[in-house]
Design a protein around this ligand. Structure first.
Ligand SMILES: Cc1ncc(COP(=O)(O)O)c(C=O)c1O
Length: 421
């Protein structure tokens, strides 16, 4: 993103032009930024541990145009559901380029996941006998919950640690692998999530030590040569401008140092090191452009826009912060205002007392930053407000990569029985 004369540009295309061409609310993604993010991280990790690979957690942004950028860069896919395995297939990826890390799977999920031939990552030992009813995965991992998780928006949304619904308790891990080995499974990996949006490089070293102590003992006890250890995602981005940027080189150095030390300590055959981030690749490459439609001066001034919690759920869902700009007005004097969307829910009033230009007026474009991850994917149709369009930008050009929803999309899957007509 660039600002010239107080006007915002994405991949060389102005916010005004994008809004005019595609309407608002509009998700905009910068292709080059995604590639830069991926390359920076890959370079850092491969510098310290050559046998390293990234998988992209496609749940964060499942637009196939975005996922294809990451595939071109060499990423595999981390899939949370059977449909995400199908998305990977559409990208031309399958087998060991795809990791199925679902949780609380149904029997159907298990059967289809197994049939797809991807790496199976089990969230609980109780899943193993259910998997074995349908067959044996070629390559199996368990998701370990090491008992810690660091998260940007608080422990109640954290994907690791004692309050998380995810992963196998450390005390159950040895028996889980023992049972899998006894069942005749021959190839193994291990997985964990360290938390989410972590910007402290030290933490990545710490959490690597935790999983390696658990898996090192399993390796020694059961004579398993682990083929990979997947440290999950969680590489953070600064949502607030005062937040520090994650020093990715330092994080990679810490991880690799601990990883190698633990391999030596437990006498392991060096496994491939993997991670499956998403936010770090796509988060800061995505923006939402919206329009100011109404301004209300009641108990306080409220700027009404078309960016509601239906378009960006994170603030209402878990209090996440997103920086907001007003196109053409960033040099103005500011005063604290509220900002909301158009839904009949007060959680849609997602910005309070934020200093924005005091000249903000009807028709202005507002820009929401860091919306590339967990943005569109969490959007929905409440109040008959339809999902936005998505656009990719690069070198002064733009491509529509998802149509704006229409009324027909909203009613397409609805059936009214004859007696109600
Ligand atoms: C299993 C798994 N892997 C990877 C990720 C990606 O996490 P992040 O976007 O924080 O890197 C997630 C996110 O929830 C996840 O659940």
């Amino acid at each position: 993103m660039e600002i010239h004369d107080d006007q915002f540009f994405f991949g060389g295309v102005s916010a005004v032009e994008l809004a005019k061409t595609y309407g608002t609310p509009l998700y905009v993604y910068e292709e080059e930024r995604i590639r830069e993010n991926f390359r920076r991280a890959l370079k850092a990790f491969q510098k310290y541990y050559a046998d390293f690979r990234f998988f992209y957690a496609i749940k964060a942004n499942n637009n196939l145009a975005i996922a294809n950028i990451l595939r071109q860069e060499g990423a595999g896919i981390d899939a949370a559901s059977v449909n995400e395995i199908l998305l990977a297939k559409q990208l031309g990826l399958g087998g060991e380029d795809v990791m199925f890390s679902g949780n609380f799977l149904s029997d159907d999920d298990i059967r289809q996941g197994l049939e797809s031939g991807v790496i199976f990552n089990l969230d609980d030992p109780s899943l193993l006998p259910r998997v074995l009813r349908y067959g044996k995965p070629e390559l199996l991992a368990f998701r370990v919950n090491p008992g810690y998780g660091e998260c940007e928006v608080g422990s109640f949304v954290c994907n690791a640690g004692p309050d998380a619904k995810f992963g196998v308790h450390p005390d159950q891990v040895l028996d889980a692998y023992r049972a899998a080995k006894a069942a005749g499974i021959k190839r193994f990996g291990a997985h964990m999530m360290p938390g989410s949006s972590i910007r402290n490089p030290e933490y990545f070293g710490f959490i690597t030590g935790l999983i390696m102590d658990i898996i090192g003992k399993v390796s020694r006890e059961l004579s398993i040569d682990f083929e990979f250890i997947d440290l999950g995602g969680g590489l953070g981005i600064p949502y607030r401008h005062e937040d520090a940027v994650l020093d990715i080189d330092a994080a990679a150095a810490k991880v690799a140092k601990v990883f190698k030390e633990k391999i030596a300590e437990y006498g392991m055959k060096p496994p491939r090191l993997m991670m499956e981030p998403a936010r770090y690749f796509v988060g800061d490459a995505g923006y939402i452009i919206g329009t100011v439609h109404t301004i209300k001066d009641s108990y306080k001034r409220i700027i009404g826009t078309d960016i509601g919690m239906n378009v960006l759920a994170r603030p209402a869902l878990y209090g996440a912060y997103h920086h907001i700009y007003v196109n053409g007005r960033e040099r103005d004097h500011r005063k604290p205002v509220g900002l909301c969307g158009q839904l009949c829910e007060n959680t849609d009033f997602w910005v309070h007392d934020r200093p924005l230009s005091e000249n903000t007026t009807l028709g202005d474009l507002v820009i929401v930053e860091n919306a590339g991850a967990y943005g569109f994917g969490m959007s929905y149709q409440y109040n008959g407000r339809l999902r936005p369009a998505e656009v990719l930008v690069k070198d002064g050009k733009s491509w529509l990569i998802r149509d704006r929803e229409t009324y027909d999309d909203m009613v397409r899957h609805v059936h009214v029985p004859d007696h109600l007509k």
